[in-house]
Design a protein around this ligand. Structure first.
Ligand code: CA
Length: 740
């Protein structure tokens, strides 16, 4: 099947590529001397060049620019004095409508980046002209396993190749000049489980490492390391054991097995997926890996007799040549709340108590900002960077969080901070060595956790999180559903942190573990679910600047030292990804991928640029004195819900069971109760109603990303879900009539 994978690289683009080679040779004169003595190559990056990236301020060589994953650029051409002149340079249409989460890499005048499914784009960084694109031609059925959007968090570039992983779990090494696969490897070891890949591969010396997603389904987490040149599998490291007795694939799992109840729910896979952050320190020769949450979330169901459940929610330091674990630090022992520690990590040198320390910094979902000694894994400090009520503090002697009475929701529902979205999610944070500050795209929101009335039942390749949660927001994703579940919101929130949902750009001093400044970036959404997703990933520069985009469609620039707002560029397209910057021919650019999606669901909330102007994805590059960014035309406002095309059917019980099935299988893409999703299921056409079973059970629209659920649901289930959605449609119509 892979033979159909194709590269769009017509002859004239190959010629354009050669022109870029010749052109690039001129302006990389400052690069390593050896490159000038031989024919220039595309993606001429090796570990040595990566370690010397400070000498090449104009390049952006990894997702976070450097090996530290700092999202910091030493460029000062655009700075706090002149950023008000920042305007349009060029754009590139990605031909997508799903979320864009990647930060482009720019090496020697060529930009490489990725989009939904794992499509790769190579464009001329001076003009935005396409050099090539690569489509991995993903099995669309995998859309079902994308818990948090059909997205891709980026490529890795080294040794003349561009590495990308497709949603269906294939790792590709593409020739950087033409985009043709040099090799590819199927990385999923078990097709019977709900795996997918949305994360970026990372290179560590002579291996390229990739994890996967599926922690909400039935994935058993692991990473795989492949030879960077040949693609041969070097090693695989599992983050959780397969069973109590083994056989354990590697010795670290014997240690881990002792931290689980022997009667744990092994068949569910247990989670621990590595879907985002990794980093590599060539001097220490350590690969750092962040591990995700548990499945099911509820620990008393997952591992009934307790235990820390290694290596869930941990940071691992692994020897890249052998795959051996050197140290580990578990941020959240006995994980219970979807508190992944797979958030991106930043490596830095900090002076702490008069000592220069090589540190690793992470703001995982659990709400504590961690500074670890990255050589030994020693905990240097940990303090809350958002409101936290599940733990009072991290004990510096044991290195463990001290749980409060509010942490356990098994016997009664609790309002817990942070929510399952975390105090920080996948959006990159950035570290500016000039100010000494880490800029965190922080999420301030809690969630009411509770155990469902039903017993846990394992659904192969289905959602197996079990715990229910309702965000502390108005609307169907949140507290509006509590009354229906017989819960009293006022009682739940009493004595707990302010539940108002916000997203905050927080400038954090990692040495003193305290806030230097903050900006509320909730935009028009404060208190709503959309608030926490409004702020994008972050980039900072030596020009005393911090950049952050918004789903409302702008790029904001702040003074890095004070947080003063300096400039807003109106883009007209929602931004969730972190921007980047580079210099070509003496001209500095700021570039980003724009397109809404990801963990916020496919809902385009009113007020976002996606709702106002559509969600056509694009790469936008800005430079000084560029003028206005071209904006997509405004869409006509959606009419109020019309009269449904079919009559109500099903009794109250059927509709209720349909709602429960919908919440379990459909909400992630279609919005809670079918509200706010894309498409809006309250206005299905007569034809869609006619084909409802074909679409849901037989994949009639799988080509458009609506996967078949025929292996999980029966005809009666489909009928119940259909009856529920029809009832929803009528209720929306009746409410609209009453409003008039
Ligand atoms: Ca998760």
């Amino acid at each position: 099947m892979r033979a159909r994978r194709h590269v769009q690289s017509p002859q004239h683009l190959r010629l354009a590529a050669l022109v870029v080679v010749a052109f690039a040779t001129i302006f990389v004169a400052g690069a390593a001397e050896s490159q000038n003595t031989q024919q220039r190559e595309f993606a001429a990056i090796d570990v040595e060049r990566l370690t010397k990236v400070a000498e090449e301020p104009g390049q952006w060589l990894t997702g976070g620019r450097d090996l530290d994953q700092s999202y910091f650029s030493p460029l000062t051409g655009i700075n706090d004095e002149n950023v008000t002149r920042l305007g349009y340079a060029w754009q590139f249409d990605t031909d997508t409508t799903n979320g864009l989460e990647a930060t482009p890499i720019v090496v020697d005048g060529v930009m490489y980046t990725s989009g939904p499914w794992g499509v790769v784009y190579a464009v001329d960084a001076a003009t935005g002209e396409k050099l090539w694109t690569f489509d991995p031609e993903v099995d669309r059925q995998f859309a079902r396993f994308a818990c948090c959007g059909i997205v891709n968090r980026g490529v890795s570039v080294q040794n003349g190749k561009v590495y990308v992983a497709s949603l269906d779990g294939v790792l590709f090494a593409l020739d950087a000049r033409l985009g043709e696969p040099a090799w590819h490897q199927k990385t999923l070891f078990d097709d019977s489980r709900g795996y997918s890949i949305t994360g970026a591969p990372y290179t560590a010396g002579d291996v390229v490492v990739i994890g996967n997603s599926g922690g909400e389904y039935d994935a058993r987490g692991y990473i795989s390391a492949y030879d960077i040149d040949t693609g041969e599998l070097r090693w695989r490291f599992f983050t959780v054991p397969a069973s109590a007795e083994g056989p354990h694939e590697h010795p670290e799992l014997e240690v881990a097995a002792k931290t689980w109840d022997p009667d744990s729910l092994w068949e569910v896979g247990l989670g621990g997926t590595v879907w985002d952050g990794m980093a590599y320190d060539p001097e220490l020769d350590l690969l750092y890996v962040g591990v995700g949450n548990s499945t099911p979330y509820a620990r008393k169901v997952r591992s009934p007799k307790g235990g820390d459940n290694l290596y869930l929610a941990s940071i691992l330091a692994i020897r890249p040549a052998t795959g051996k674990l050197v140290w580990h630090y578990q941020t959240t022992p006995a994980e219970n709340w979807d508190y992944t520690a797979t958030q991106k990590m930043i490596l830095a040198e900090l002076e702490i108590d008069g000592r220069e320390r090589k540190v690793l910094m992470q703001a995982p979902k659990n709400g504590f900002f961690y500074v670890l000694d990255r050589e030994t894994g020693e905990l240097i400090s940990a303090e809350p960077y958002v409101p936290v009520n599940w733990a009072s503090h991290v004990d510096m002697t044991t290195g463990r969080p001290v749980e409060t009475d509010q942490a356990e929701y098994f016997d009664e529902p609790k309002l817990i901070f942070p929510s399952p979205a975390g105090g920080h999610n996948w959006q990159p944070m950035a570290f500016n060595p000039g100010t000494g500050l880490v800029y965190i795209p922080a999420l301030e929101v809690g969630a009411v956790f509770q155990i469902p009335d039903r017993e846990f039942k394992y659904v192969p390749r289905g959602m197996n999180t079990y715990s229910l949660f309702s965000f502390s927001v108005d609307g169907p994703m949140g507290i509006s559903v509590l009354a229906a579940r017989g819960l009293d919101w006022n009682a739940l929130k009493e004595g707990q942190p302010d539940p108002t949902a916000r997203s905050i750009l927080r400038a954090w001093d990692p040495v003193t573990q305290s806030e230097r400044w903050q900006v509320n970036v909730s935009g028009p959404f404060e208190g709503q679910f959309a608030a926490i997703w409004n702020g994008s990933g972050i980039m900072t520069t030596a020009g005393n600047l911090v950049f952050q985009g918004r789903t409302t469609g702008e790029l904001y620039a702040y003074a890095a030292d004070t947080g003063e707002l300096l400039h807003v560029v109106d883009l007209g397209t929602s931004v969730i990804a972190a921007p980047m910057t580079y210099e070509l021919d003496g001209k500095q650019y700021v570039a980003l991928m724009a397109g809404l999606g990801g963990a916020g669901g496919r809902a385009h909330f009113p007020g976002t640029a996606a709702a106002a102007r559509g969600n056509a994805g694009r790469i936008i590059a800005l430079t000084l004195d560029g003028g206005d960014v071209p904006k997509p035309p405004l869409r006509r406002p959606a009419p109020p819900p019309g009269r449904p095309s079919v009559e109500r059917r099903g009794d109250t019980e059927t509709i209720a069971s349909g709602e429960a099935l919908f919440e379990q299988h459909c909400t992630r893409c279609h919005g809670s109760s079918g509200v706010g999703g894309v498409p809006d299921l309250r206005s299905m056409s007569a034809r869609v109603h006619d084909r409802f079973d074909d679409i849901l059970l037989r994949g009639a629209l799988s080509g458009r990303g609506m996967a078949s659920f025929g292996d999980l649901l029966e005809e009666a289930d489909s009928e119940a879900i259909h009856a529920f959605l029809i009832d929803r449609s009528w209720r929306a119509f009746e409410e609209a009539q009453n409003d008039q």
